[in-house]
Design a protein around this ligand. Structure first.
Ligand SMILES: [Zn+2]
Length: 74
């Protein structure tokens, strides 16, 4: 899932950006009206989904296989 910014991808990491995810430059890991068509060249991009205020900017769900492998590491 990639955050959509209707007013344009921000120049720097927006408030709430995850500290473990680098924000290298605009349009690189975010989508806005100016770059959505270029994203659609390489990825399946749906119409933006609006979520209520307070929802984290990114949600990540680890694969169950990763969780199982991590629990095997002493
Ligand atoms: Zn953009």
């Amino acid at each position: 899932m990639t955050p959509y910014f209707p007013d344009g991808c921000p120049e720097t990491a927006p408030p709430g950006w995850p500290t473990d995810t680098p924000y290298e430059r605009p349009h690189f890991v975010t989508i806005c009206p100016a770059c959505i068509q270029s994203w659609r060249g390489d990825f399946f991009v749906s119409d933006p989904v609006h979520v209520p205020d307070g929802v984290p900017i990114l949600l990540a769900f680890p694969w169950s296989a990763e969780i199982a492998a991590a629990s095997l590491i002493p």
